[in-house]
Design a protein around this ligand. Structure first.
Ligand code: HEM
Length: 369
């Protein structure tokens, strides 16, 4: 722990290189990209093309971090009208992985899910091998022990990383069996992820760990391009081309985040077997639900790029909040408006896709009661 805290800011060599490389990019190119990015994002408040200062790409150690005392973030990205957008916000590499008091229970749950669902929740295609090795090493050496030195500690020779919350130790280099390496990542961080490579046809998923899947089978997405991955998503065509462009231009050292939200009528983090409803599922409309078993589900999603293999890392942390807590915190009215607003924006199919026709009336009545 003291190592990284003594140096105040520990910066992996590739991040410094990224900063130096950034400075050398000509001004005109920056200006061109600025205009392109602003256009594809559809909003003006964030300029992702702006070069970060070296401080902003450094990983800030949380020297006295106590995960048992850290309250979970409360992402509430819902709006009165649902419009499908990229909705990206600039963030820092320090915040790539967020840890809180749910850490150990979620890690235990992830182990159980992997034991039960195996290859449904993790996998790779051969082209993904080097990117898995790179991600593994980045997490075990460059990121986790630097950001969370009270939780993850390296052995003096840096060959082993000790997880002080679970008592487990793992090698800092990916093991030969890359499925096993994915499982180690899955029980080290709560975030799920896809790794993507750029191909002439667009970005394609080459590896994944998705223990907390909801409404889709993650293994079916392996090897697919973004367009096919989002096949069931209504109005995806409105953002697909901008996403591909944005991914192509995302620079090493840059992190952007977005949130999504959903409602579910069970308490399960893994719900990979139930598919999203379609119009033909109308027979399930306005189902009986138990509000005590109804949850607000939200993912905090991050996009970044690995420097060596240049894979895109799409990682996301899932938060599940009882509907009773949403009401108690005073967000009931806004969430009810947002649920009804699923029908009213530029992607009205979201109402059925997210299951609104099944539970919305009863959930909204409860939230407004
Ligand atoms: C800017 C980046 C992205 C945007 C704006 C986006 C947008 C969306 C939206 C709107 C949905 C519908 C559900 C929801 O509200 O979240 C969705 C679903 C999904 N997204 Fe993305 N996405 C992005 C990146 C990715 C990436 C990189 C992957 C993985 C390679 C991915 C995988 C999925 C999957 C698996 C689903 C569920 C699809 C299904 O129902 O079968 N997304 N995405």
């Amino acid at each position: 722990m003291d190592q990284s805290c003594q140096t105040i800011k520990a910066v992996p060599s590739w991040l410094w290189l990224a900063g130096v490389a950034g400075i050398s990019i000509p001004f005109l190119w920056t200006e061109f990209r600025k205009r392109q990015a602003t256009r594809s994002l559809g909003h003006k408040q964030h300029d992702f093309t702006k070069k970060p200062q070296q401080q902003t790409v450094a990983i800030e150690p949380l020297c006295s971090f106590d995960w048992t005392k850290q309250d979970p973030l409360r992402p509430r990205p819902f709006k009165p009208t649902y419009n499908i957008t990229m909705g990206l916000q600039a963030d820092t590499i320090s915040n790539l992985i967020v840890i809180d008091k749910t850490y150990r229970q979620n890690i235990e749950l992830r182990r159980e899910i992997i034991a039960t669902h195996g290859k449904t929740v993790h996998g790779l295609v051969p082209e993904g091998a080097d990117s898995i090795r790179e991600l593994y090493e980045f997490l075990m050496v460059d990121y986790l022990p630097v950001r969370y030195p009270t939780l993850f500690q390296l052995s003096p020779d840096k060959m082993v990383m000790h997880n002080l919350a679970t008592g487990k130790s793992f090698p800092t280099r990916a093991v030969e069996d890359l499925d096993q390496s994915l499982r180690i990542i899955a029980e080290t961080v709560e975030d799920d992820f896809f790794l993507l490579h750029e191909t002439p046809e667009g970005h394609r998923s080459v590896a994944f760990v998705v223990c907390f899947a909801s409404g889709f089978d993650p293994s079916e997405k392996l090897g697919q391009g973004l367009k096919d991955i989002h096949g069931p998503v209504p109005s995806y065509d409105k953002i697909g081309p901008s996403m591909e462009r944005f991914f192509s231009r995302l620079e090493v050292g840059r992190v952007v985040k977005r949130g999504n939200w959903a409602i579910q009528t069970h308490p399960n983090m893994f719900a990979g077997e139930g598919k999203h409803p379609t119009e033909s599922d109308a027979k399930y409309d306005d189902m009986a639900i138990d509000i005590e078993q109804t949850y607000y589900r939200t993912e905090l999603q991050a996009l970044s790029r690995l420097p060596k293999t240049r894979a895109i890392l799409f990682s996301f942390k899932t938060y599940l909040t009882p509907m009773t807590d949403i009401k108690a915190e005073g967000s009931g009215e806004q969430l009810a408006d947002a649920i009804e607003g699923l029908k009213n924006g530029n992607a009205p199919g979201m109402w059925v896709y997210k299951g609104g026709s099944r539970w919305a009336r009863k959930v909204c009545d409860y939230l407004r009661s």
